[in-house]
Design a protein around this ligand. Structure first.
Ligand code: ADP
Ligand code: ZN
Length: 784
């Protein structure tokens, strides 16, 4: 028998290896193996087992990593789809399905020394006092970690070893699982009696789950014999989810999470597992605790595994293997948890499905929401996408019958939606001298809250103090030497910092322009530091705290500040998008959005959608308790639809007007986008290469144009793409980042799978200068 192996180095092809006798029967599809490659030893994944190979003289596999196959056949299939659809090498997509700690075996089970009493017969020996004390302690505990014992008894392990020598105790090395939430005290929770709207939604999800199970059972009874391994047919690349994909559209606080919990409970009853994806930022203890409280404590005792970037390598290893061994049936995690080896899988939940963190910004550039939909389809699992502000894509899919829409129009417990007031800052500007940071209305509202001992959240999506430093005389802007971006002034450290590459320098005393050197430098724009500063002057009596990436440096900072806020020790919390979502504090009755148009005027077709989402999410932080909430939105373009529809909490209204614009320009969701980025240190070369790439795409896309139609059939490789729109090449909005020049080519078509195939062909044959790189981003989220 031979094994076909996808190596972890970017070669875009697979290699055959012999299975040596000592590994016979242990190598399987999905096994992670180490193989010789030239003089090197390389890790890879077995993608197929076959009788024989076309090649002669195969080298043998050197060793297997892990006791079980690490990549299950289902996850392998998903990885292949990702490779094809997102146009990346198979080894790149395969790499992303395992956490690094598991993939490279750089973490393993932690073994620790346990001490136990041994049964003793005969006369108990007279022990020296120290040893007797230690023995007493062990007797009391029956079993204790050696390290703990040594500390508790104030002794050394040598003393303990003496008891072992006497045959009184044993010291054994055993696996001790790490539990990232061990210190958490989690009280069990019971299902809530849900309201009629929730029941309707839950009922549909449950019925779909049962239908999926029936289909799986049916498929098993009339399944054909297992296919002979060989060249594997590419899976159909188009996203065609069955209607067992749901979009749960419910305002914040409408009880979506309760539906997730009860749907998961149903899955568990059917012996099915579940994956819950949450955007990284809301992986706060609040979210994880709610799942653990329902399933991990009390009588259910189902293990809930958690996968996210704040875990240590060891914790990640243990959590992942708990899933692989089938002990943990529920997984909560960020983006990459979509690859968790849960089997059988009954339900996938993608909370806050509109979040951009679901898109991976490096190869493989997959969107976890779309991968979730695909995985659900492949494994006959139900997928629930939840959001208060669904993405245009998902709502469009509902309108076109691909997803089923479930709605929770109201908050639970008759809580009212907060009243949103848009403050016209042009007015404020006309009235005063400069532009104030706080309009009189917002200032007044904050004063009231302080008097009533209620809490306020202020939102501004930019950290730092001032967004730029400009010379009064010559107009020189202090920019980053590596990026085409102004440096942000950070006052506490007195430095200017680049928010792209992290470059920093001391604040200049005079204009850095050699010919000018004028001492008059002005600070423009504002960031959260400045808001904090001004707030301290306006309300010296208030307890103000700031929450952004500059102050939240350590793992625990986030929860500590939120803990203080919950306990009422903070009156006003200022923050960036870090505070926009998921937080639930009953005493917050006021939310102020300092500069609502900030995200509106960006060169991105999603700018309006993003603004709408952000405003709605931030506004949703107000009035989660008994008192009605109030939101002030300060804006310079107060009549922009994104702001006005957010004010009225009218998602559908926003969708209707936004989809018209998308349709006209063939932007997603009516068309699909692929973004090609060329980057290199020499701008001329980058430009030139971009032109070259464009010509390649043009000529390949033309194909035999006469036969082409917008409907895609992947089977005809000679066929072109008739509806392709090519824009660019043009300098990227951020033309220089980290010393690389960047040029974009934007491609739009409805036939994205076809375009992916075509781009894959181009990548393999294209010759670019050595120092110019091409990145392909299918369904891009970041257009900067
Ligand atoms: P969402 O996820 O939509 O923001 P949650 O599920 O977190 O909403 O619900 C908000 C709060 O209301 C939670 O504390 C939850 O336990 C509670 N809750 C959910 N459903 C109900 C219900 N039907 N009746 C009363 N309280 C509920
Ligand atoms: Zn920079």
């Amino acid at each position: 028998m031979i094994a076909r192996v996808s190596l972890e180095i970017a070669l875009r092809r697979e290699f055959d290896y012999a299975i040596p006798p000592e590994l016979a029967g242990r190598v399987d599809v999905g096994s992670r193996v180490q193989v010789p490659f030239g003089p090197r030893k390389i890790l890879g994944v077995v993608t197929a087992i076959a009788e024989e190979s076309g090649q002669a003289k195969l080298k043998p596999i050197l060793k297997i990593i892990g006791a079980q196959t690490l990549v299950t056949p289902k996850v392998l299939k998903l990885a292949r789809w990702i490779g094809e659809y997102y146009c990346c090498a198979p080894e790149t997509s395969l790499k992303s399905v395992l956490p690094e700690a598991v993939r490279n075996e750089d973490a393993s089970w932690r073994e620790r020394l346990f001490v136990r009493l041994l049964p003793f017969s005969g006369e108990f020996p007279k022990l020296p006092r120290r040893q007797q004390d230690v023995w007493n302690l062990i007797e009391e505990r029956r079993e204790i970690l050696l390290a703990e014992l040594v500390e508790l008894a104030g002794t050394t392990s040598a003393t303990v070893r003496k008891l072992e020598d006497r045959g009184l105790i044993e010291i054994t090395s055993e696996i001790s699982e790490r539990d990232p939430y061990a210190r958490e005290e989690i009280l069990p929770s019971q299902p809530i009696i849900i309201n009629p709207a929730q029941s309707v939604a839950l009922e549909k999800i449950i019925r779909a789950m049962d239908a999926c199970r029936a289909r799986v059972a049916q498929a098993k009874t009339d399944a054909p014999p297992p296919a002979v391994p060989g060249p594997i047919k590419p899976p159909s690349s188009s996203l065609q989810p069955p209607s067992s994909t749901f979009l749960l559209h419910g305002v914040t606080g409408s009880g979506k999470t309760e539906i997730y919990l009860q749907a998961i409970a149903h899955a568990l009853e059917q012996n099915l597992g579940a994956i819950v994806l949450v955007p990284e930022i809301s992986l706060t203890p609040q979210t994880v605790e709610r799942f653990k409280a329902r399933f991990s404590s009390g009588k259910l005792q189902t293990l809930v595994a958690v996968l996210h970037s704040h875990l240590s390598a060891g914790e990640r290893h243990d959590e992942w293997h708990k899933i692989r061994q089938g002990r943990a049936r529920i997984v909560i995690g960020a983006r990459s948890a979509i690859f968790a080896p849960v089997e059988p899988l009954g339900l996938i939940i993608v909370d806050e499905e509109h979040e951009h963190t679901y898109k991976q910004e490096e190869a493989p550039r997959y969107h976890a929401r779309d991968v979730a939909v695909m995985r659900g389809q492949m494994e006959d699992a139900v997928v629930v996408l939840g959001s208060a502000t669904p993405s245009m894509e998902s709502f469009y899919n509902c309108r076109h019958g691909k997803f089923t829409l479930l709605e929770l129009p109201e908050r639970v417990d008759d809580q009212k939606m907060p009243r949103v007031r848009v403050v016209d800052m042009r007015q404020a500007k006309r009235d005063g001298k400069g532009v104030p940071i706080f309009s009189p209305q917002l200032k007044e509202a904050i004063t009231q809250r302080l008097e009533r001992k209620e809490q306020t959240i202020l939102f501004l999506n930019r950290r730092g103090y001032s967004s730029s430093l400009v010379c009064e005389k010559c107009g020189h802007v202090c920019g980053c030497p590596n990026c085409s971006l102004a440096l942000t002034y950070h006052r506490p450290e007195q430095v200017l910092r680049c928010h792209i590459c992290g470059y920093s320098e001391r604040v200049p005393q005079v204009c850095p322009n050699e010919k000018c050197k004028n001492p008059g430098i002005r600070y423009f724009g504002l960031g959260t530091q400045k808001v904090e500063d001004i707030l301290g002057k306006l309300f010296p009596q208030a307890n103000v705290r700031r929450m952004d990436a500059d102050v939240m440096k350590r793992k625990d900072d986030y929860r500590r500040v939120l803990g203080e806020f919950r306990a009422g020790k903070i009156d006003i919390l200022i923050g960036t998008q870090m505070i926009a979502k998921g937080l639930h504090f009953p005493n917050v009755t006021l939310v102020g959005i300092i500069f609502a148009d900030m995200a509106l005027h960006q060169p991105d077709f999603r700018a309006g959608e993003r603004t709408f989402q952000l405003l709605t999410q931030v506004a949703g932080r107000a009035g989660r308790g008994d008192i009605e909430g109030e939101v002030f939105v300060q804006a310079f373009t107060p009549f922009h639809p994104a702001i006005q529809y957010a004010r009225r909490h009218d998602f559908v209204g926003f969708y209707e007007q936004e989809i018209e614009f998308r349709e006209q320009l063939k932007y997603p969701p009516t068309g699909r986008v692929a973004l090609l980025t060329l980057k290199g240190r020499n701008e001329e070369k980058v430009k030139f290469s971009a032109e070259h790439v464009k010509r390649e795409v043009e000529s390949k896309a033309q194909g035999s144009k006469s036969k082409a139609s917008a409907a895609e059939t992947a089977s005809d490789p000679g066929r072109g793409i008739s509806d392709l729109i090519i824009a660019g090449p043009a300098p990227a909005p951020l033309v220089r980042a980290e010393n690389y020049y960047r040029y974009h080519i934007m491609l739009r078509t409805r036939a994205m799978s076809r375009l992916s195939q075509l781009l894959a062909q181009i990548i393999t044959t294209l010759v670019l200068p050595d120092d110019v790189m091409l990145a392909v981003d299918i369904d891009p989220v970041d257009l900067g």
